[in-house]
Design a protein around this ligand. Structure first.
Ligand SMILES: [Zn+2]
Length: 109
């Protein structure tokens, strides 16, 4: 198990994508829960997918799991998230106009 497989704050296990099993006191739990609720509401509005700006927590987690080019994020090259639903919420990320990064597709050690 590599370090990116455990939450950088509470050491909870990474379940899939950017989703970790945070403990109740983890400072990343509340922002992640709030983002998930907001994403769920948007998906319920009959949208199969949408793109939004990444949250600070998502940026932290993307860097933690080793997303390429995460260090190139700037105002002109923002980190964006494409949210869709494939039986569960999936988040793809990209920096500026670079290709989408799927955290689940990265199986490098
Ligand atoms: Zn955590």
């Amino acid at each position: 198990m590599t370090s990116g497989e455990l939450c950088p704050s509470c050491s909870g296990e990474r379940l899939y994508n950017l989703t970790f099993k945070h403990d109740g006191a983890c400072p990343l739990l509340l922002p992640e829960d709030s983002t998930q609720a907001a994403d769920h509401d948007r998906l319920l509005g009959n949208r199969s997918s949408f793109v939004r700006e990444a949250t600070d927590t998502e940026r932290t987690l993307a860097a933690w799991i080793g997303m390429p080019d995460i260090d190139r994020v700037t105002i002109d090259n923002p980190l964006t998230v494409k949210v869709d639903w494939v039986g569960t919420r999936r988040r793809l990320l990209r920096v500026g106009g670079r290709p989408w990064f799927d955290p689940d597709a990265d199986t490098s050690p």
